[in-house]
Each structure stands twice: as C-alpha cells, then as structure tokens.
Ligand binder design. Sequence first.
Ligand code: AMP
Ligand code: MG
Length: 355
Amino acid sequence: MPRKVETTILKVDQKIDTKKIRTAAKAIQEGKLVAFPTETVYGLGANALEEKAVSRIFEAKGRPADNPLIVHIAEEDSVNILAKHVPENAGKLMEKFWPGPMTLIMPRSDLVPGVTTANLDTVAIRMPSHPVARALIEEANLPIAAPSANLSGMPSPTSARHVLDDLSGRIEVVIDGGKTGYGVESTVIDLSESIPTILRPGPLPVEELSKILGEVKISSIARAETPEEISEAKSPGMKHEHYSPKSEVLVVEGTPKRVISKIQEMATKYDREEKKVGILATEETAEKYEVGTVKVVGKRRKPETVAENLFRILREFDDEGIDIILAEGLETAGIGLAIMNRLRKAAGYNIVRVA
Ligand code: AMP
Ligand code: MG
C-alpha cells in the first residue's frame, strides 16, 4: 500500500474553471499525481520528466514496472524534445489525427527518464483532444505521463467515480470532467520499426491508418485472439492482466443467433449451479435472455456505443457481486477490434467460438 494522501476532487464543467486547472497544474509541477479526463478514458498524470513523480504512478496503481506509460503533450513541438528522431511517417499521422486518440511510439530522447518507458529505448506519445486534458498540460507546461487512472488490472475508468473507487487516498487530485468520450484507450502505433505496427487497437481504426500509411501490421497482441504470442510482446507491459473485473468473464463469439443460444444454454447451467450470472448483451439481443442479470452495453449497429459503456458495465457487474459474466462477441471491424481486444483480455482469453 502506498502512503495515504488526501484526494482533492476538482469538478469542472463545459466552461473550464481556470483556477482549478491552475491548482491541478501546480500539483503536477510539484511532483504530485493528478487524474484527469481525456477523450478516451481517465488518465493518471505526473510530470513525465521527473523520475520520482513517475514512479509514484506505478506505486498508486500497483502497476508492474515493466509496463511503459504514454506521455501526453499539448503541442507538436514537444515531440522533438521527447523523441531522439521523428520517424518519417509520423508527420502525416500527427497532422491528420492529432489531437486525438492516437499514440505514436518513437525512439526515446535522453530527456525522458527510463522509469517512464519501462527502460525501453522508445517512448509513446499522444496529444489528447479533451479540453480539460489540453488545459492541464498547457498550464503545467510539462509533458504528462499518464496511464489509465485505475488500479492495475481493473477495467479502465470512464468517470471520476471509477477513479475514486480505485485510487481514493492514493493520489492527490482528481479533476472530475464528467464521462469520457470514446470509452476505450488510444490506438497505439509503433513507428520505430520499418513497417508501422498496431500494438493496441483503439478508437482510431486500422482501416483509417492504412489509408495514410499503406502497409500496416497488426500485432497478435492487438488481435488478442490467443494468449500464445504474448510472451514475445514488443511492449513487455502487454503481457500483464488487463481490464478484468473481479467476476470471471467468458466471451462467446460467432453469428448473433448462435451466440445468443450458446449464452442462454450456459447461463441456464451456471444458474442451476447457483452462480450469479451476468449477461453483457446488446440492444438488439437483450430481450432474448431468460436467466441472469442482463445489461445492455450498446447497439450492435453502432459499436461506438458499446465502446463508450463497456468498462462501466464490467464494473457494475462487479459491484452487484456477479460471479460470471457471459459477454456477446462483436465484429472486429472499425472500433470493434478495440472492443474485442478489451473483452478477450478481460476474459483472460476464455473465448467460446460457436460459428
Ligand atoms: P495504459 O495507458 O494504462 O493503457 O498503458 C499504456 C500502454 O501503452 C502500455 O500498456 C503499452 O501497451 C503502451 N506503451 C507505452 N509505451 C510504450 C512503448 N515505449 N513501446 C510500446 N508500447 C508502449
Ligand atoms: Mg491501463
């Protein structure tokens, strides 16, 4: 357990209160920890250039030291300070997709301490678009290292409530800016290799990136279909447990019709064993189920709505003491790849395929 600190909540609305941002920015400058909303999930920020401050992020989250952090910036120029050199195709991507949910991996400059990048010779950089995140970085006038603001292994936080549930008493400040936007973490692209490689799928779909980059590789970790290759992860942190609620999770994949009947069959079996069953369903399918606690995560027709609610629903099942969550699989097109990556990992690769 890290040393107990008092957690101050700073609530901001549409019209961002500059005084509160100044308070939070000052905390960053003093080496303290500040959780803040971004357009993806809440981040847990510290001065990226200050070893001591960054190591407190790992302590507060209980995060393994070999899982590197993303450095958040507010202007493009900062890339030149953080990266040893800027890869050729970075410019096009930054111009088109920054600010936004895209993280670029580049060779690390000597200014970035090893603790920030888990001693890798690369650094992950992102320029968020959320006005609160931007205001905080600008006011602090520092690059801010920030992983998701949850306890390591838990589903990422999409509201200040989630952050407090996990980190109250462990961090100095939470800026409450309401719900986040996309609800899943940024797309991570490694530009340090000859062929750009997606290490983590996110809100910015592979399809969009291919249009700019031409050839794009998707790492097996990003697909998350099997745990096999994980030990060879490019980013060592990727092998760690992720997004897991306390309840056991099973993902059922296949055509919707078969998925529904398989989940029904399994729910009935677990129910007979007196297990509390939760079903993570979609608007189009929810009414088909007869046993278990059914929750609608979003619309199949609009997978972005599933992304928005996914982590919240996983946390809700936990709060309700559900023993086993049966989750419907979705298609992996567009943001669907990010959703399925999170679900498969949450399930510890417990995937039932019915098609
Ligand atoms: P989080 O924000 O909690 O999702 O964690 C940041 C994630 O970014 C890590 O788990 C890695 O997958 C990825 N990442 C950060 N830095 C690097 C890097 N230098 N090389 C590869 N992946 C990275
Ligand atoms: Mg995380």
